[in-house]
Design a protein. Structure first.
Length: 120
């Protein structure tokens, strides 16, 4: 088994057999195609899916959602604009941030209202 692996790794053929040069080129093309396919499924596809999920998240944020910003600040959205959000981070403290600064939605506005009403 180890001998076979060594022969494949070195690209040599077993003693006494001649290999067609076209087979070597075909083998190399096959390996390049396999590397490209692996690159796509391991790197590009997950990155595209993550970007699509982030765009969907930003499109669906609305007033009252509790969000976690990329800077680590929690806040509640008080106003949604085209490219930015007004986020309330404390009593009487609102900041304006770009939509792209939102890392995740911690609680949707309906869940937040239910949690506040259950505490009363």
């Amino acid at each position: 088994m180890m001998r076979l692996f060594e022969l494949l790794a070195m690209g040599g053929s077993p003693a006494g057999t001649e290999q067609d040069p076209r087979a070597g080129i075909l083998n190399m093309v096959f390996m390049v195609v396999m590397v490209i396919v692996m690159f796509y499924f391991l790197l590009l596809r997950p990155q595209q899916k993550q970007r699509k999920d982030q765009e969907e998240l930003l499109k669906n944020v609305k007033t009252g959602d509790k969000v976690l910003l990329n800077s680590g600040i929690f806040g509640i959205i008080s106003n949604v604009k085209d490219k930015s959000l007004m986020v309330k981070i404390a009593d009487n403290v609102k900041i304006e941030v770009l939509k792209s600064a939102v890392g995740s939605v911690v609680q949707k506005s309906a869940e937040l209202e239910a949690a506040v009403s259950s505490q009363k």
